[in-house]
Design a protein around this ligand. Structure first.
Ligand code: CA
Length: 229
């Protein structure tokens, strides 16, 4: 269930919004001023924050700015008609969407659903970009490998080999298959090269490269990647 935080100083409005969201199956928290709202942001695990721009004390603009620095939780701003929308959605504040007061509940609910859908899509895309096995991370967007959080230099063929292994954990992969996938068309006679690359890869990701526990040799077949190793 998605938790939503409403930060709005007009209690009747906050409660009406909360009631509508709960009817839709969301779990709702309400904060009636900026300070307590910001505290809740830090403590709670929210899927969305609905934030009034004009708040006593710490205003919505300040909360939104701080949120953007600390997390990627989506924010919908409640704004007055004459407020500067470019600023609300722009880099300075970085809200995901806004609704102008007065608004009807159906409009707000539609925005809530759209923003949540978008942020879930982005999260899934991010996860697909990141392959993980134990303390090894292969970041397909940055084209980067990290072991225990540290970036490890990796030439293209080693990178492609590791990516292939990480996509098929626990499976014995035949040498021919590895060669054809990593070196594509021109792998004929590259058998020695595969061994060299495996050895270099082991030096980078194995705790003890002479006793490999991650890239294990499977006699007569090829190699198997152990995700837990
Ligand atoms: Ca207000």
């Amino acid at each position: 269930m998605k938790r939503i935080l409403i930060i709005e100083d007009e209690r009747p409005l906050a409660e009406a919004v909360g009631f509508s969201l709960e009817k839709e199956g969301f779990q709702v928290d309400i904060a009636l001023d900026g300070e307590s709202g910001w505290k809740k942001c830090l403590e709670g695990d929210y899927g969305l924050v609905i934030l009034d721009l004009m708040l006593p004390g710490m205003d919505g603009m300040e909360i939104c700015r701080r949120l953007r620095r600390e997390s990627d939780v989506p924010v919908i701003m409640l704004t007055a008609k004459d407020s500067d929308v470019d600023k609300v959605l722009g880099l300075e504040m970085g809200a995901d969407d806004y609704v102008t007061k007065p608004f009807n509940m159906r409009e707000l609910l539609a925005r809530v659903r759209a923003v949540l859908r978008r942020s879930m899509g982005e999260r899934e895309a991010r996860e697909e970009h990141l392959l993980r096995a134990g303390d090894i991370e292969l970041d397909r967007v940055r084209h980067e490998v990290r072991v225990g959080g540290n970036v490890v230099e990796m030439p293209l063929m080693e990178y492609r080999l590791l990516e292939l292994f990480m996509r098929h954990p626990g499976k014995a992969l035949p040498r021919e298959y590895l060669l054809s996938q990593v070196w594509e068309g021109d792998y004929y006679g590259q058998s020695k090269t595969l061994e060299v690359h495996i050895r270099r890869l082991r030096e980078k990701i194995e705790a003890d490269p002479s006793q490999p526990s991650r890239i294990v040799t499977v006699r007569g077949v090829g190699y198997r990647f152990e995700a837990g190793g």
